[in-house]
Design a protein around this ligand. Structure first.
Ligand code: NAD
Length: 502
């Protein structure tokens, strides 16, 4: 522990506060140096955040939705004004190149923008004269205190998938960002206060399992959104549900890109480069597997990738000339290198080996160069497990159906894509594949903010997807009211049959 490092606390009731006797180093992955300490909230600290959120709820719920939404319009402007500062925080703690941090921030801002016109989706449904003098309507009421737990890989964007919509719907919120790169989410929460969000409506607690478990079990928390790895997503879902909460838990992924023999190979190769190695492969929509239909396709794809990889520049995310930064932590770096070692042992052909690279002046950073395997096969650990690093594997198959059967058999079903010029094949693929988000000649089919995001199979626990229209449903409860105002002087006798519109 280095006591002189700046300490990151929590944002509770509109105040930056300390809390918890434990803390953890926050590293700059480009240098490997610990640059900050983040406090890890204990149960009492999280309970203080819940109490603040609970206290802020009645007034916030009673605030007209348009006024709640207007805060998001203000926040959008502030986020744009503070883009450089926020991107610098993301790159300093996550490692991704600045252009990628900006892309992530932009997608987050689009969620804020969508939340700013969500009043349209809160209007409810109305039916007049469902019976004599009877009107009926459904409205969407807030849940109360809600919470979100987010991963390291999109530290500024994923929190913005959650809390802006939750608060526009009238809830209050507690965010628990990743302890590996907590600063940008906290800074955005400060900007939200500046944008006019009342204290206590959004609280941020930094921490680990102790903080998460408090949110999962406290009866005052009514709903939890989670994004992270599948084992933790499953734990969050089962624990939260068993404590009576509404839970959506988005998990891990292993996304396959199918390349058909008729595909525009140079375009497919360019698309695959970004999808496999962008953000060092640390994206839940990254493409770590190419399924090439036919040996000629596979040979062309491998040759194209090899040529493009040779042009890539790896280095600190702050250098504009770099295409790929370091991995997030030393532990994750070692895990990913372990997967490359494993792939070699399992008999996959290592065409490009990114292990052992050194970046002059940044010798302590967690750099792994792009790695490319050919002849990866289902059953290999490198095929089956989520590596979450710059490691792309090529699997050779004979037919589209063989590719699809393989994808369907995989435990994850987050994203997939097909590269082809054949509309019939593309339509058959997108219609039948057991995956939640599908691209046709689009490698990263991440839905825009006004659609919703979510995978199938073990990539999502829960029914509703993240952000977009599903988020309005997730953060509200439907209430249906049936109302009668009998005409003056009309008296009716008792009716004992079940009411119907007969
Ligand atoms: P992670 O599961 O390790 O951590 C996610 C969050 O859970 C963090 O806030 C962390 O503090 C908390 N957490 C970790 N261990 C916990 C435990 N034992 N008990 C309670 N809480 C715990 O994930 P990560 O490494 O931060 O992020 C990478 C993972 O997230 C990858 O698997 C990636 O695919 C996934 N991801 C999924 C999506 C999606 O939309 N499906 C998006 C982004 C990332």
């Amino acid at each position: 522990m280095t006591p002189t490092l700046p300490t990151i606390g929590h944002l509770i009731g509109g105040q930056t506060v300390p809390g918890g006797s434990r803390s953890a180093d926050v590293f700059n992955p480009a240098t490997g140096a610990a640059e900050k300490r983040v406090q890890l909230a204990d149960k009492l600290t999280v309970e203080a955040a819940i109490a603040n959120a609970q206290a802020a709820y009645p007034a916030w719920r009673a605030t007209p939705p348009l006024k709640r939404a207007r805060v998001m319009s203000n926040l959008k402007v502030l986020l744009e004004q503070h883009a450089d500062e926020l991107c610098a925080l993301v790159t300093a703690e996550h490692g991704k190149v600045l252009a990628d941090s900006l892309g992530e921030l932009q997608r987050g801002i689009e969620n804020v923008e969508y939340a700013s016109y969500a009043t349209e989706l809160l209007k409810g449904e109305h039916s007049k004269n469902v019976g004599p003098n009877i009107d009926s309507w459904s409205e969407f009421q807030a849940l109360g205190v809600t919470a979100g737990i987010t991963p390291f890989n999109f530290p500024v964007m994923v929190p913005l998938w959650m809390w802006p919509m939750a608060v526009v719907c009238g809830n209050t919120f507690i965010l628990k960002p990743s302890e590996r790169d907590p600063s940008s989410a906290l800074r955005v929460a400060e900007l939200a206060l500046q944008a006019g969000l009342p204290p206590g409506v959004l609280n941020v607690v930094n921490g680990d399992k102790e903080a998460v478990d408090t949110l999962l079990t406290d009866p005052r928390v009514k709903a939890i959104s989670f994004v992270g790895s599948t084992p933790i997503a499953e734990y969050i879902y089962s624990t939260g549900c068993s404590h009576g909460k509404r839970v959506q838990a988005l998990g891990g992924a292993k996304n396959h890109a199918v390349v058909m023999p008729d595909a525009d190979i140079p375009n497919a190769v360019s698309a695959l480069m970004g999808a496999a190695y962008g953000s060092c492969g640390e994206r839940c929509m990254a493409i770590p597997l190419v399924v090439a239909v036919g040996d000629a396709t596979a040979d062309a794809v491998v040759a194209g990738l090899k040529t493009e990889i040779a042009k890539m520049k790896v280095g600190p995310g702050t250098q504009a000339s770099c295409d790929m930064g370091p991995l997030v932590t030393k532990a994750h770096f070692e895990k990913v290198v372990g997967y490359v070692d494993q792939g070699v042992k399992e008999g996959a052909t290592l065409v490009v080996d990114g292990r052992g690279i050194q970046i002059a002046g940044f010798e302590g950073g967690y750099y792994l160069g792009p790695c490319l395997f050919d002849n990866v096969k289902p059953g290999m650990v490198t095929y089956q497990e989520e590596i979450f690093g710059p490691v792309l594997g090529v699997v050779r198959v004979k037919t589209l159906q063989e590719a699809m059967d393989m994808i369907d058999a995989h435990e994850y079903g987050n994203g997939t894509c097909i590269f082809t010029r054949d509309g019939e094949a593309a339509r058959y693929f997108s219609d039948n594949i057991l995956v939640g988000m599908v691209g046709v000649n689009v490698p990263l089919p991440v839905p825009v903010a006004y659609h919703s995001f979510g995978g199938w199979k073990r990539s999502l626990f829960g029914d509703l997807h993240g952000y977009g229209p599903d988020a309005v449903r997730f953060y509200t409860k439907r209430k249906t009211i049936t109302q009668r105002w009998p005409s003056a002087g009309v008296r009716e006798g008792a009716v004992f049959s079940f009411p119907s519109s007969r």
